[in-house]
Design a protein around this ligand. Structure first.
Ligand code: ADP
Ligand code: MG
Length: 196
């Protein structure tokens, strides 16, 4: 497209620790992730992947250490504003069944009080769903289509950073591969930093 520009932040973990009782879910993690990179955290179930991701958008507050975005400590940011600036996709994304696809995609923008709430059609284009899906209900979607809507919702705030916690884990392998490829192209085109 010739318009790619890196907009995603550098993500830096400094000695991040989170304990639950005697269990250290995350134990002294220090790591720097370059702006615009696509990084997958790999580990066994229970190894602390989800906990580490959630320290970035402050769903979890570390017992020790700091998380910095472009050098700024997330602890200094207002949590709701921080979360609006970060895309977050997880397994079984949880679309609201009584709302249309368009309303689901734009919900965070509406809550943020943005007039008009943004353009659902352009976001459907990004995740390669027909614009006609805007008026559908979540029950009228396949699992893969629903996750595409979840990705569109996460992109609605034009985040520089995307956190994806086993986003396609509930999908069959073929759907997972196709959606993974769609997302990878978006990551490159939008210049985001992605942690999966
Ligand atoms: P992963 O995402 O890699 O599967 P998690 O980050 O979910 O791992 O969990 C890491 C560890 O922390 C596990 O041992 C898990 O049981 C524990 N844990 C996670 N959340 C909680 C919680 N809310 N209360 C107690 N223990 C937790
Ligand atoms: Mg997990």
């Amino acid at each position: 497209m010739g318009e790619t520009e890196t907009t995603g932040p550098v993500v830096r973990f400094e000695h991040v620790t989170k304990r639950y009782g005697d269990v250290a879910a995350v134990d002294g993690v220090s790591l720097e992730i370059a702006a615009g990179s696509f990084v997958a955290l790999v580990g066994q179930s229970g190894s602390g992947k989800s906990t580490l991701l959630k320290t970035i958008n402050r769903l979890i507050v570390p017992d020790e250490g700091h998380v910095l975005l472009d050098g700024g400590d997330v602890a200094a940011q207002e949590p709701h504003a921080l979360r609006r600036s970060i895309g977050y996709v997880f397994q079984n994304i949880g679309l609201f069944p009584h709302m249309t696809v368009a309303e689901n995609i734009l919900i965070d923008r509406r809550i943020a009080g943005e007039a008009g709430g943004g353009d659902a059609g352009a976001l459907l284009d990004m995740v390669e769903l027909p614009r006609a899906f805007a008026s559908r209900r979540p029950t009228e979607l396949s699992g893969g289509q629903a996750q595409r809507v979840g990705v569109a919702r996460a992109l609605a705030g034009r985040p520089g950073l995307m956190l994806m916690d086993e986003p396609f884990g509930a999908l069959d392998p073929l759907t997972r591969d196709t959606l993974g490829e769609t997302y990878r192209r978006l990551h490159e085109r939008l210049g985001m930093t992605t942690l999966m």
